[in-house]
Design a binder for this molecule. Structure first.
Ligand code: NAD
Ligand code: ADE
Length: 412
């Protein structure tokens, strides 16, 4: 039996899903093929994903292909309750509601795993780790992983010799990492900050911690809105890239004194902690776009604060002993999914097409793969790009035979 907040929200959720579907043409093509060929017949998928309208389109695509899907949330605050209700009505075993406690969150993942999956589909590593820790891994053919932090955790499982089945790093597909993480998070993080605060971005000092895929996208969009962007990094090459892209680069202890808005995008812990918070200006806004709520030390804020209050939805004010106020967005969880709707459908179209095709690939080839982290096959990545370009009405050139020969030859 599914567990959602309010089944009566289903009609609203259905309309949202219809909206998303209309903006996900590549997944639409895959869904049509799946409904004819039924490549996932008899397959059980246990998925731990943010329960959004885009995830709903993916789950319904898998169902079209013949799969039975059990779905749990990938974050206690990211579930869209109307979408969850609509999915439950569609016969999906969904265990997700916004505002789950930590215990309920892990309970829901275990419920999803109780379907005895052939495939796990993860966003952050939690369902893969639990499948291994609680004895659900034996019959699994393979898994997929949606995000950078999850790939790192599953690579660590493999390094420790614990991983029992192959996992496809969907995150690292070119048509995922270079678009979802960059443009998707770039837009939706700004969206989350604006929906929560409605502050002016133009003219503000906007600090981005981490200049990887996600940080680069956020910095680009903040600059586009007129912010003076500062980047903090630990990797000298990434720091150099940020500097040559025209951003100010400095350590967090310096940026802390200047910034008006801070966003963490590192996948690391304690990037902003007490020693930085005590340097910040009155009114500084803190948000996180990384997978877990460990990048801004909420523990430090809670310990330091003399008092706190809910200022607005998704905005908590902390009064520090120095008399300054700090505003934490979305409890330090993914601001784009908690305070806004996550990435736009158009970019999730590519991420989730990779997911659907990776599942089909695992069913065909998974039993022959080692229990390691594997890349998305290049043919899938290129197919997603080709279909996306076609859906955008964009044509490209093709190599002539002579050009192909030239590129392969040392003769010149
Ligand atoms: P990435 O590896 O491309 O980039 C991370 C960067 O952070 C690296 O350049 C690294 O050097 C830097 N870094 C690490 N520790 C740091 C520190 N203490 N201070 C400053 N910089 C530091 O990873 P990515 O793809 O950009 O993903 C970053 C995080 O965002 C991950 O947790 C990922 O799972 C998450 N993510 C979130 C969303 C979303 O919807 N919010 C989408 C995609 C990825
Ligand atoms: N991660 C980021 N944005 C998302 C979305 N719209 N749906 C599911 N997962 C996401």
């Amino acid at each position: 039996m599914p567990k959602v907040k309010d089944p009566s929200l289903a009609e609203k959720g259905r309309l949202k899903i219809e909206w998303a579907k209309a903006h996900m043409p590549v997944l639409g093509i895959i869904s049509e093929r799946f409904s004819k060929e039924k490549p996932l017949e008899g397959i059980r998928v246990a998925a731990c994903l943010h329960v959004t309208k885009e995830t709903a389109v993916l789950v319904l695509t898998l169902k079209e292909g013949g799969a039975e899907v059990c779905l749990s949330a990938s974050n206690p605050l990211s579930t869209q309750d109307d979408v969850a209700a609509a999915l439950a009505e569609e016969g999906i075993d969904v265990y997700a509601w916004r505002g789950m406690s930590e215990d309920e969150y892990f309970w829901a993942i275990e419920k999803a795993l109780s379907c005895k999956p052939h495939i796990t589909m993860d966003d952050g590593g939690d369902i893969t780790v639990m499948a291994h820790e609680r004895g659900f891994a034996d019959d699994v053919i393979g898994g997929t992983e949606e995000t950078t932090t999850g790939v790192l955790r599953i690579e660590s499982l493999a390094r420790d010799g614990v991983l029992k089945y192959p996992v496809i790093a969907v995150n690292n597909a070119e048509t995922k990492w270079n678009f979802d993480n960059v443009y998707g998070t770039g837009q939706s993080t700004i969206d989350g900050i604006l929906r929560a605060t409605n502050v002016m971005i133009a003219g503000k000092y906007f600090v981005v911690a981490g200049y990887g895929h996600v940080g680069r996208g956020i910095a680009m969009r903040a600059r586009g809105m007129g912010a003076k962007v500062i980047v903090t990094e630990v990797d000298p090459i990434k720091a150099l890239m940020a500097a040559m892209d025209g951003y100010l680069v400095m350590p967090m202890r310096e940026a802390a004194k200047i910034g008006d808005i801070f966003v963490t995008a590192t996948g690391n812990k304690d990037v902003i902690k007490a020693e930085h918070m005590s340097l910040m200006k009155d009114g500084a806004i803190l948000a996180n776009a990384g997978h877990f709520d460990v990048e801004v030390s909420v523990k430090d804020l809670e310990l330091m604060a003399l008092s706190k209050r809910e200022m607005r939805d998704n905005v908590k004010e902390y009064l520090l002993p120095n008399g300054r106020r700090i505003y934490l967005l979305a409890e330090g969880r993914l601001v784009n999914l908690v305070a806004a709707e996550g990435h736009p459908s158009e970019v999730m179209d590519m991420s989730f097409s990779n997911q659907a095709l990776a599942v089909e690939y695992l069913i065909k080839e998974g039993r022959g793969l080692n229990p390691e982290v594997h890349p998305v096959p290049r043919s899938i990545d290129e197919e997603v790009a080709r279909l996306k370009l076609a859906s955008m009405g964009i044509e490209i050139d093709t190599l002539t035979e002579e050009q192909e020969r030239y590129l392969k030859s040392w003769r010149g």
